[in-house]
Design a binder for this molecule. Structure first.
Ligand SMILES: [Zn+2]
Length: 197
């Protein structure tokens, strides 16, 4: 059945979806009412139409500048650098951080041919250089795996001298982990226990 195969193949491109799960999703849609299916299609297409990247921090946003960047009550002299937009939500849940963010949209990974050019590094540097008031602290909250460490070290070298302080989250972060899978307590502690690099 060509249509079914095609749909299952499309689902398998989603992160974390294996063949069994893709088949279960397909079975759900085959059973679903026309209304349920249409709701899904509408939600998916408005996701693509309405959500863009904040032009300051590159987080997902429905407006030109996201709510966090536009919030004057946040500390605009601190930037927390993360790999993925969903990491912001994980950090926000801890309540331990009141500064701004910068989303790299990936990490530097020489083995996969991903250099600094492939992530939003140039944009970060420009942002730091143009920031008014100046940036006091950059917190490197890339994932605690090989790529995340490589990226953190690269950024620390690049930004040294441009800001007062560069810190790296560390305490309590499991090695090889993924920031948005960490529980709030652990992530909160690791933010508070960040160290200078
Ligand atoms: Zn923003």
């Amino acid at each position: 059945m060509k249509s079914l195969d095609r749909f299952v193949r499309a689902l398998r491109r989603l992160p974390g979806v294996g063949p069994r799960q893709a088949e279960r999703f397909a079975a759900y849609f085959l059973r679903a009412s026309q209304g349920e299916t249409e709701e899904f299609i509408t939600a998916l297409s408005s996701l693509k139409e309405d959500i863009k990247l904040c032009r300051v921090c590159f987080a997902y946003s429905e407006t030109d500048i996201c709510a966090l960047c536009a919030d004057a009550s946040r500390d605009h002299s601190q930037i927390c650098v993360v790999e993925d937009p969903q990491d912001i939500e994980a950090i926000e849940k801890t309540g331990a951080y009141k500064g701004l963010y910068h989303v790299l949209h990936g990490a530097i990974s020489p083995l996969d041919g991903k250099s600094a050019e492939h992530v939003k590094v140039r944009e970060l540097l420009a942002r730091v250089q143009q920031a008014q008031p100046p940036i006091r602290e950059i917190i490197l909250a890339t994932d605690p795996d090989n790529e995340g460490e490589t990226t953190a070290l690269y950024l620390a070298d690049l930004l040294r001298g441009q800001v007062e302080q560069i810190t790296r989250i560390g305490y309590g972060v499991p090695l090889g982990g993924d920031i948005d899978y960490m529980d709030e307590m652990t992530l909160g502690y690791s933010l508070k226990g960040r160290t200078k690099i």
